[in-house]
Ligand binder design. Structure first.
Ligand SMILES: Nc1ncnc2c1ncn2[C@@H]1O[C@H](COP(=O)(O)OP(=O)(O)OP(=O)(O)O)[C@@H](O)[C@H]1O
Length: 258
């Protein structure tokens, strides 16, 4: 005990952006450990640094302070061990079919056509789009495109998923459906997930723990709320509402500081 390595560790992580208008410390002294298989939602007011934290964990940006480790090894750049799902759906290639988008990373790794197709079809099926693999992104709805992004990330079999407001642009009904599907998929494969959202109900429906950030500049982790509730979450249960209220209080204090 004591020397166990956390699956993910953010240790005193900070990010100061330096530009023409001077320096801006977006994130400061951010400390967090994630266990393998947990679903961690990061919540905070606009501009508090959520995406900055995710970009550092994804390896897109290097922290200016502290260190990020994945299974004990420092993160030095992007890698196939972390699958990223972005906010919009612009990251899909419109000249490729849905199936070829999903299989894109597999092709880069040199996997043969038949195997790629079979894996892509398995994940199309998992996200509820069996039979739609021949369509191009422009022929799909916003919700379908987000499903393709999730399938694409999962097809590469990453150790963890990094999701930055993946359902932010969807209508409330599609959003609720996709939350349910993501929760089911996660229950089946137990990938470690870092999920960013503005939406308290979404966080409480999905997460094993919710982290609330202080507002920026110098955004940092303010509190972590564990949610020991069974899945699928019963959103009208007393226990769910109690968790919702707890997270709401923490956020509210950031929107309306004393
Ligand atoms: N490349 C950059 N250069 C300078 N400042 C930046 C850069 N990227 C982000 N920032 C600033 O860092 C702060 C945190 O941004 P970030 O996108 O991480 O916030 P966020 O919590 O994800 O916000 P939102 O919820 O609105 O997406 C913001 O004030 C932003 O303007």
């Amino acid at each position: 005990m004591g020397d166990e390595v956390a699956f993910v560790e953010l240790d005193g992580v900070g990010m100061t952006f330096r530009g023409r208008t001077g320096a801006y410390q977006a994130v400061r002294d951010f400390n967090l450990e994630l266990s393998e298989g947990e679903f961690f939602c990061l919540l905070g007011t606009s501009g508090c640094g959520k995406t900055t934290v995710m970009n550092m964990l994804a390896g897109f940006d290097a922290p200016t302070e502290g260190q990020i480790r994945l299974e004990g090894r420092p993160v030095r750049g992007p890698g196939a061990d972390r699958g990223v799902v972005f906010q919009g759906h612009d990251s899909l290639y419109d000249w490729l079919t849905a199936r070829d988008n999903i299989a894109f990373g597999l092709r880069l790794r040199g996997m043969g056509r038949a195997e790629r197709r079979s894996i892509a079809d398995r994940f199309l099926n998992m996200v509820g789009l069996a039979g739609q693999g021949g369509k191009h992104p422009s022929e799909l709805s916003g919700g379908m495109k987000q499903r393709i992004q999730i399938a694409r990330a999962l097809a590469n079999d990453p150790r963890m998923l990094l999701m930055d407001e993946p359902f932010g642009a969807l209508d409330a009904m599609t959003r609720a459906v996709l939350q349910g599907e993501l929760s089911r998929i996660w229950s089946e494969n137990r990938k470690t997930v870092l999920f960013i959202t503005h939406d308290i109900e979404e966080a409480c429906a999905l997460a094993t723990r919710v982290g609330v950030m202080k507002r920026g500049p110098g955004g940092t982790l303010k509190a972590v709320v564990p949610l020991d509730l069974p899945y699928p979450r019963e959103r009208t249960s007393d226990a769910f509402m109690a968790s919702f209220r707890r997270v709401h209080e923490l956020i509210h204090a950031e929107i309306h500081p004393q």
